[in-house]
Design a protein around this ligand. Structure first.
Ligand SMILES: Cc1cc2nc3c(=O)[nH]c(=O)nc-3n(C[C@H](O)[C@H](O)[C@H](O)COP(=O)(O)OP(=O)(O)OC[C@H]3O[C@@H](n4cnc5c(N)ncnc54)[C@H](O)[C@@H]3O)c2cc1C
Length: 425
């Protein structure tokens, strides 16, 4: 007889843990405070723009192996559009220049010797700047480890690192940036093909995961918010959801896959990151021009990335704390003016929606990174998951999926230490 697993939080980390444990012989329960799953990676019907949109555009790369494996397992991969080649078109709003970054497939980066594949105005030697980041000592910032100015920085390293870290790169943790380099450009172009959920995040990540779990007998409860955890003898002994209380047996486990501030309130003495950065997304209900690339990187503008969907154009702005208090209509007008210039569409503002996620991710600084806890806690049956735990990656889908796998593996490990095979019923 193996114990039950209670997973609290149905964001990607909780879903990832649940998918890994479903069918393992344990009963798995998923408890989510909201009326829907997905957390910060969700789709919803928006009556203002009268269409289903995502809270924010999410980009995966072909090197995000755990995220792709998750999608494959739940049957969501078909809902992702994967670019045939590792290509990143860019535009400079100030100068009107356009270029496409084209890394070659293999690990040896010969593409930097070919000026047609490089960023205009840069030399091959400039591309070695990230070596300083790869060699940086722990707690160094990117600003200490590499030069954070010049054409290549402004036109390549800053946009890529800002998108991945959601933190001004010069202030960001060099170790996290190094891991991004290793798993993307450093691994070769084959790890850099962009993937986008063109039919929405829910269709790729969330709905198939919920279907997968239900088919395997996982009980999923929405509108169930964990209020308190009782502890005794070094273990969690009861989960208090207000109207429902669940007593935990000796073999039962809990995976807390909630945001860091919620976890800190539930676990005595837990240290977590406590600084965050915002992401702003602006959605415009208008068909993109036929030649619009699926993703366009922009420099020298408020707009940072334009995502083209069949029925809308959608803009992402990272580390957007400065835009939180900006009046919404003014922000929509500013962004649309830029998008209209870049796409050749008319100046008339289409129907729009702005989604501001104030706490989109933890600030990826050395100080906040040092506060990220491991999956195991000081309580023997209580584990943590979430993009803010110690994954070695910034707050990304990939990190969040890996955190769920680590928590699930820790439970499997505990079982094996007790001499029970993982899949025994
Ligand atoms: C706008 C935006 C754009 C992004 N873009 C990208 C991108 O392009 N690429 C990328 O890789 N990543 C991106 N990310 C990051 C990615 O979305 C997150 O890393 C990931 O979704 C985090 O999942 P999680 O499970 O760790 O946390 P969450 O999604 O925060 O999940 C936590 C869950 O816990 C629930 N919860 C909270 N309190 C309780 C409680 N007391 N009881 C029960 N449940 C509770 C919440 O409702 C939520 O569902 C983006 C994030 C945002 C916000």
């Amino acid at each position: 007889m193996t114990g039950d697993v209670h997973i609290v939080g149905a964001g990607l980390s909780g879903l990832s843990a649940a998918v890994d444990l479903a069918g393992s012989g344990r009963r798995v329960f998923l408890h989510e405070a909201a009326k829907f799953a997905g957390g910060r990676c969700r789709s919803y019907y928006d009556s203002v723009i009268d269409m289903t949109i995502d809270n924010g555009n999410h980009l995966l790369l072909s090197g995000n192996r755990s995220a792709l494996e998750f999608l494959r397992r739940i049957g969501g991969l078909g809902a992702m559009h994967e670019a045939k080649r590792p290509e990143f078109p860019f535009a400079d709003l100030a100068t009107g220049e356009r270029w496409t970054l084209r890394p070659n497939e293999g690990r040896l980066p010969w593409w930097i010797l070919d000026s047609r594949r490089r960023v205009p105005g840069t030399r091959a030697a400039d591309y070695f700047a990230p070596i300083g980041v790869l060699r940086a000592t722990s707690s160094a910032t990117v600003g200490k480890a590499m030069t954070c100015n010049g054409p290549l920085y402004e036109r390549l390293w800053r946009p890529l690192l800002l998108a991945a870290l959601n933190t001004e790169p010069a202030d960001a943790d060099a170790g996290l940036a190094a891991q991004i380099f290793r798993e993307t450009l450093g691994a070769g172009g084959h790890a850099c093909r962009p993937l986008v959920a063109t039919g929405g995040l829910a269709a790729a990540f969330i709905d198939p995961a919920l279907r997968y779990l239900r088919q395997r007998g996982v009980e999923i409860a929405f509108s169930r918010s964990l209020r308190q955890i009782q502890f005794s003898d070094g273990a969690a002994s009861e989960l208090d959801f207000g109207d429902t209380r669940i007593s935990l047996g000796l073999d039962d486990h809990v995976i807390l896959a909630v945001p860091p501030i919620v976890a800190r309130a539930l676990i005595p003495g837990l240290i977590v990151p406590e600084e965050f950065h915002a992401i702003v997304n602006a959605h415009f209900r208008i068909a993109p021009p036929p030649d619009q690339p699926p993703i366009l990187g922009i420099v020298n503008a408020t707009t940072e990335w334009i995502f083209a969907f069949p029925d809308r154009l959608s803009v992402t702005i990272s580390c957007a704390d400065r835009l939180m208090e900006e009046p919404r209509d003014r922000l929509a007008e500013t962004i649309w003016r830029e998008v209209a210039t870049l796409t050749g569409l008319g100046p008339e503002l289409p129907r729009w929606q702005i989604v501001r996620e104030r706490r989109a991710t933890f600030a990826a600084t050395p100080k906040q990174n040092a506060k990220r806890p491991e999956a195991r806690t000081s309580f023997r049956n209580l584990l943590l998951a979430g993009d803010w735990t110690r994954t070695g990656l910034p707050a990304t889908i990939e990190g969040s999926i890996r955190s769920g796998l680590s928590a699930a593996a820790a439970i499997a490990g505990a079982q094996e230490r007790l001499g029970r095979p993982r899949n025994a019923a």
